[in-house]
Design a protein around this ligand. Structure first.
Ligand code: KET
Length: 408
């Protein structure tokens, strides 16, 4: 009966993580999936999270079902964090927010909503983008288009190409944007470039869909959310998915949020109802434990402060890893300008390596990275950074030798 089921080719990011786990090489480095490691090469349990978990153990609560929309305490915290405290839209009750199963769950629920209420709209994603965006959106029945984003020549954003494409999109097209720490390139728009994009979105009546998976890893919690705040200041309809996987180091608890900023409280109430009905048909209601931990941290002033300090530590460590990587690479190949490593932000950098070069690094050096040449800088530590940088430099040097031999 099941003979017609084909084999799964695997996921470019998650399958790599399975291979890494099975690799017994001492000193292996995981720069594949977006996981933050500390300087001892461990995935941290944040102190703020530990304290909240202890507080929950001290005051056990029944493991009841959450409502379809999730824990209301957490939903309020999401609104504060994403939109800022006392924002007009939130105060006016115009924002429909649900707790979701990570950022991925938020994207899926939103995709189902868009399919139902904007059946003629395609979703436009950046070229390149997170490897899972297209399959996730298409699996919900949406048409997906791409807008130019990364310019390999400048190792920055092709802002003119992006704007030209946005300018040509039909009204009510959905434009998926990452407000900060762009995955996979690490290249973000400048504040002025965001102003231009927001102007065009408003003029052309496009619908922004902001996917924020790395809040706090770029410049700070508020700074990283500033493009979202620019959009809501224009009274536009905005979809926002946010993930707590990385900034709480709570990957496996699967906590995220989906917010839809609406024209008024009446519309927001109906949108919330429809989001609940979508949730009911997929997983009924979200998980409880991670939501309680995050709400406990965010509501308690001491734990909240501790968490902000921990995010800052992670952000600073990522920046210092970028610096080490750049220095060792430039020292190994004096003709090389690796300044892109320190201008890009967040967990990821685009190295420009070919898939073959990434396979070589995996097989020969036990250095794991996504085939697209994306590395997760947060997987570096003081111990493994020099070794990784030397291996990267070796690949670049081999490439230069081949170019010299073949003349191309
Ligand atoms: N959006 C973006 C842009 C993103 O990079 C991820 C995860 C998600 C959403 C999903 O968030 P989550 O809360 O984990 O469901 N990205 C990393 C992990 C993965 O691929 O699943 C990554 O790119 O490595």
């Amino acid at each position: 009966m099941l003979d017609h089921v084909g084999s799964y080719a695997g996921d470019p990011i998650l399958s790599l993580m399975e291979k890494f786990a099975a690799d017994e090489t001492v000193g292996k480095a995981n720069l594949g999936i977006g996981l933050y490691y500390d300087d001892n090469g461990r995935i941290p349990i944040l102190c703020s999270v530990g304290e909240a978990a202890q507080a929950l153990r001290n005051n056990p609560q029944p493991h009841t079902y959450l409502p379809m929309e999730g824990l209301s305490r957490l939903r309020e915290c999401i609104q504060d964090l994403v939109f800022g405290k006392d924002t007009d839209a939130v105060r006016e009750g115009r924002v429909a927010t649900i707790q979701t199963i990570g950022g991925s769950g938020a994207l899926h629920v939103a995709a189902r909503f868009i399919r139902a209420y904007f059946p003629d709209s395609a979703v436009w994603i950046s070229d390149p983008t997170w490897d899972n965006h297209r399959p996730l959106l298409e699996s919900a029945g949406l048409n997906v288009g791409v807008y130019p984003y990364y310019d390999a020549k400048t190792q920055g954003v092709d802002i003119e190409g992006m704007i030209a494409t946005l300018n040509g999109l039909p009204e009510k097209s959905i434009v998926l944007l990452q407000p900060s720490c762009h995955n996979p390139t690490g290249c973000d728009l400048t504040p002025d470039q965001w102003d231009r994009v927001v102007d065009i979105m408003e003029q052309r009546r496009l619908i922004p869909f902001m996917d924020m998976a790395y809040q706090g890893f770029g410049d700070g919690l508020n700074e990283d959310a500033s493009p979202i705040r620019k959009l809501i200041a224009r009274s536009m309809t905005v979809f926002v998915s946010n993930s707590f996987s990385k900034n709480f180091s709570l990957y496996g608890e699967r906590v995220g949020g989906l917010s839809v900023v609406c024209a008024n409280a009446d519309v927001a109430g109906r949108v919330l109802g429809q989001l609940k009905s979508i949730v009911r048909t997929i997983y009924s209601s979200p998980p409880l434990h991670g939501a309680r931990i995050i709400a406990t941290v965010l509501e308690d002033p001491t734990m909240h402060q501790m968490w902000e300090a921990e995010i800052e530590q992670m952000r600073v460590r990522i920046k210092s890893m970028r610096k080490i990587l750049r220095e060792v690479m430039e020292a190994n190949i004096p003709s090389m300008d690796a300044s892109y490593l320190t201008t890009q932000r967040g967990m990821f950098s685009y190295t420009g390596l070919t898939p073959e070069e990434t396979f070589w690094l995996k097989d020969e050096k036990a250095i794991y990275m996504v085939q697209s040449g994306r590395i997760c800088v947060a997987g570096l530590s003081e111990q493994n950074a020099p070794r990784v940088a030397e291996a990267l430099a070796e690949v670049m040097a081999r490439r230069q030798q081949v170019a010299a031999l073949t003349g191309c």
